[in-house]
Design a protein around this ligand. Structure first.
Ligand SMILES: Cc1ncc(COP(=O)(O)O)c(C=O)c1O
Length: 436
């Protein structure tokens, strides 16, 4: 037994902090279990009431190497005692990280630009694409999420991200993504031959002023509910972008560093984006993000034209270097593939018998469980997802939900999860689902 929940939730201590949080920091973003985290180790979280849970969130896909990995903690402690900030002067850590990132990404990406958050990385990619091409339009996708800063928000396609924020960045054009469970063309992936990519021509004919700079896309849509497109879709998109003479920006802020069972999700289709955004798992808990680029693109910018106060600070760089080492030494992408494959099959089996589980999809340790009132109508049900979250937490597994109606549960444990831990968590989730 890894999890061990002893009280009704929320426990008395959690309750106190939740009440305070509702007063002093109201407006949380997504549904989650009613607990207050106190500490965590690997895959296990302890709350302020002393209960232990299996973490199926990785704190929004961040702690890929597991919570408080001893090597990461050691690297951070040493770096903190040595040098924490130096603006954008080179440091050994920063230069080594830039070189390492260039070495592990596709060969066309030969320079790195360090930032602090995923939004910084996508914003930087949009800026670089505009300066290089001299054009200002950016094509993005329904259901896409690239952060909450102005430019990133403008290219979002998630429900509510832009609502009541006024005019978005001029030139923000959007088109359907390959969300096959709810295909807007009512097509089938087996036979459609990527109708949604062909449709992009119509979108551009109708909406572009002839100033298209780039497209930005996630390898799987994270915030919309782990929507994994069919194999070949991203290659077709990349070809389409090349054909149109625009840049291809891949947003792997969420998908990289082992999450899908490869170090980078782009490896599944051997993609060659012109700009690549990364964040979250790169620091695995320490804020760190980067944009990888082709040097010909960055040469279009004047020195100092893009900057970031905390981007590339020695502390974050030391953390990111430790993360890459841990990933390679412990073969975490391989583990994600093995354990993810097991979990995927378990949930697919459950889906056969459980009418509220409309869709199960994923790759590696990115598995989305989409809840509906029934399989026939496919009506999304956030209420069911919320109840599943509550019951799973009560039994020792912490999960979170996303999607337009909060109806999609994310199965995304840290990549260090063992088969035994995965089995225990799957038993709990399966029992909860079968009881519905
Ligand atoms: C694909 C993607 N891009 C960008 C971001 C924004 O990252 P951050 O919250 O670190 O700014 C996110 C965050 O969820 C994301 O999932």
């Amino acid at each position: 037994m890894f999890s061990d929940v002893k009280c009704q939730l929320p426990g008395p201590n959690s309750k106190k902090f939740i009440e305070k949080s509702q007063i002093y920091e109201p407006g949380g973003t997504s549904q989650h279990a009613p607990i207050v985290w106190d500490s965590a180790n690997g895959v296990l979280i302890k709350d302020v009431d002393g209960n232990t849970y299996i973490d199926f969130t990785s704190g929004v896909l961040v702690t890929n190497v597991g919570h408080c990995h001893p090597k990461l903690v050691d690297a951070v402690q040493k770096a903190a005692a040595k040098l924490m900030n130096c603006y954008n002067f080179p440091t050994p850590e920063r230069v080594t990280l830039a070189q390492r990132l260039v070495e592990i990404t596709p060969e066309n990406l030969d320079v790195a630009f360090m930032v602090t958050t995923g939004s910084d990385a996508t914003e930087a990619a949009i800026r670089a694409a505009k300066r290089y091409t001299g054009c200002y339009e950016i094509l993005s996708f329904y259901g896409g999420f690239h952060g909450r800063t102005g430019g990133a928000m403008s290219v979002a396609g998630t429900t509510g991200t832009k609502k009541k924020y006024g005019p978005v960045m001029p030139g923000s054009i959007q088109a359907p993504y390959a969300y096959c469970y709810r295909c807007p063309f009512k097509a089938k992936p087996e036979t459609c031959d990527f109708l949604c990519v062909d449709f992009l021509d119509r979108v551009i004919e109708a909406q572009s002023t002839g100033d298209l700079a780039a497209l930005i896309v996630e390898p799987y849509q994270g915030s919309s509910g782990f929507i994994v497109p069919p194999d070949g879709y991203l290659t077709r998109l990349q070809e389409w972008a090349k054909d149109k003479g625009i840049l291809f920006i891949l947003d792997e802020v969420q998908a990289s560093f082992g999450r899908t069972g490869k170090m980078f999700a782009l490896e599944w289709e051997d993609l060659r984006p012109n700009l690549l955004c990364m964040g979250k798992g790169l620091g695995s808990g320490v804020p760190a993000a980067a944009m990888m680029a082709e040097s010909r693109i960055m040469k279009a910018l004047e020195a100092g034209e893009m900057s970031s106060t905390n981007g590339g600070n020695p502390l974050s760089c030391a953390a990111a270097l430790a993360v890459i080492d841990i990933m390679e030494e412990e073969k975490l992408p391989e583990n994600a593939l093995k354990v993810g494959g097991y979990l995927f099959e378990r949930f697919k089996n459950v889906q056969k018998d459980v009418d509220i589980l409309g869709d199960v999809r994923g790759r590696g340790l990115v598995i989305g469980l989409e809840f509906v009132t029934d399989k026939e109508s496919k009506t999304p049900s956030g209420e069911i997802a919320a109840e599943v979250i509550r019951r799973c937490c009560q039994n020792g597994v912490v999960m979170g939900s996303v999607g337009a109606y909060g109806h999609i549960l994310r199965v995304a444990p840290p990549l260090v999860i063992t088969m035994e831990q995965a089995e225990e968590a799957a038993d709990i989730i399966e029992k909860v689902l079968r009881e519905f």
